[in-house]
Design a protein around this ligand. Structure first.
Ligand code: NAD
Ligand code: IPM
Ligand code: MN
Length: 355
């Protein structure tokens, strides 16, 4: 039986980068006989334009029934003024919720070939290897909200942050287990000096951590964590945090690896998992064919590893990505003089040639 991969390109650079990742998957499939089969579905602004909704039922249903989902990105200025519930971003939020994807794994590794690309000093970023474990279907993203209401003669809006003990337990358990396969260290990041949700998070994390004597856990406030990532990133192994803090810290951490265009992620839950780069639809470069496809290609490697247990094929992709960077291939986001400037398709072909 072929393995069904649902591909959702989305908006902006979404098609360019998922085309690259699928081409790489097809190439490893040939070599490792993975028997992969692809079905394409719409989501985001593209789906809104066609069907009037950002996440058509067909798309969610297909994703639920797939062996894995490969997602590009959604969003763009064009849809900035549509009703809040119809915004393109609702597509990815709806997929995460609809698939029960409570954990988003965002690895950030500084490759030696790219040390000079981080704006931070080489001695600071060298050896960075962090796994951010972000809670993905709770917190302020999914709490009650009010777009606008009357308030003391003016207007106000609000978003409610809430976390339940089971929600914290499952994500911290996953972070602990992730650390067991790494350096055995978890930093739980919160704002417990101010937020009630963070105090419940911290208490619950301590109780979960007690079940893992082989893992060392410490707590850090999110503001300090933002700074520590910039001044001492190698102190971290696994970072576990809530939805909003994880979103922000992962874009910051991406800088340690050289470019956000390189950063993959895996969103996992009880059933089908979804794989997507951490960046967005990059409207500023969309349609030019110059986007970095490596974050999506590395997401495809995570797909092979986590959803299809095809470790060898995943290793091959990761090694090929390292090789093309060592060979000096660079998309515009990472280009400087003396290197080989390539576009999205040429970068994809360079990866395939190295498999
Ligand atoms: P962005 O990540 O799209 O872009 C930020 C910057 O990084 C831009 O300068 C962009 O050109 C650059 N960049 C991003 N990916 C790149 C790549 N692969 N190669 C080269 N450069 C790359 O963030 P933004 O501009 O804040 O958001 C644009 C749109 O994307 C918004 O509508 C936002 O809501 C959406 N978004 C979607 C997702 C998602 O689908 N999961 C994630 C983040 C943002
Ligand atoms: C991400 C994005 C999304 C998020 C948006 C587009 C809803 O920024 O995947 O990091 O905030 O989770
Ligand atoms: Mn984000």
């Amino acid at each position: 039986m072929p393995k069904k991969i649902v591909v959702i390109p989305g908006d902006g650079i979404g098609k360019e980068i998922t085309d690259g990742a699928v081409a790489v998957l097809q190439a490893v499939d040939k070599k490792y006989k993975l028997n992969l089969d692809y079905d394409y579905y719409d989501a985001g602004g593209t789906a809104y334009d066609k069907f009037g909704v950002p996440l058509p039922e067909d798309t969610l249903k297909a994703a639920q029934q797939a062996d894995a989902v490969l997602f590009g990105a959604v969003g763009g200025d064009k849809w900035d003024n549509v009703a809040p519930d119809l915004r393109p971003e609702k597509a990815i939020l709806g997929l995460r919720k609809g698939l029960g994807l409570y954990a988003n794994l965002r690895p950030v590794k500084t490759m030696d070939a790219l040390i000079e690309y981080s704006p931070l000093k080489p001695d600071i970023v060298r050896g960075t290897d962090v796994m951010i474990v972000r809670e993905l279907i709770g917190g302020v993203y999914f709490g009650d909200k009010c777009e606008e209401e009357d308030y003391n003669g003016t207007k106000r809006a609000w978003d409610l942050e809430n976390y339940s003990i089971p929600e914290v337990e499952r994500i911290v358990n996953l972070a602990m287990q992730t650390a067991q396969g790494r350096k055995g260290k978890v930093t739980s990041v919160d704002k417990a000096n101010v937020l009630a949700t963070s105090r419940l998070w911290r208490r619950t994390a301590a109780q979960v951590a007690a079940k893992y004597p082989d893992v060392k856990m410490d707590n850090m406030y999110v503001d300090n964590c933002a700074m520590q990532l910039a001044i001492n990133p190698t102190r971290f192994d696994v970072i576990v945090t809530g939805n909003l803090f994880g979103d922000i810290l992962s874009d910051e951490a991406a800088v340690l690896g050289g470019s956000i265009g390189l950063m993959p992620s895996a969103s996992i839950g009880e059933q089908t998992s979804l794989y997507e780069p951490i960046h967005g639809s990059a409207p500023d470069i969309a349609g030019k064919g110059i986007a970095n496809p490596l974050g999506t290609i590395l997401s495809a490697a995570m797909l092979l590893r986590y959803s299809l247990q095809a470790d060898e094929a995943a290793d091959a992709i990761e090694k090929a990505v390292k090789d093309v960077l060592s060979q000096g291939y660079r998309t515009a986001d990472l280009y400087s003089e003396g290197f080989k400037k390539v576009n999205t398709e040429q970068m994809t072909q360079a990866v395939i040639a190295n498999l």
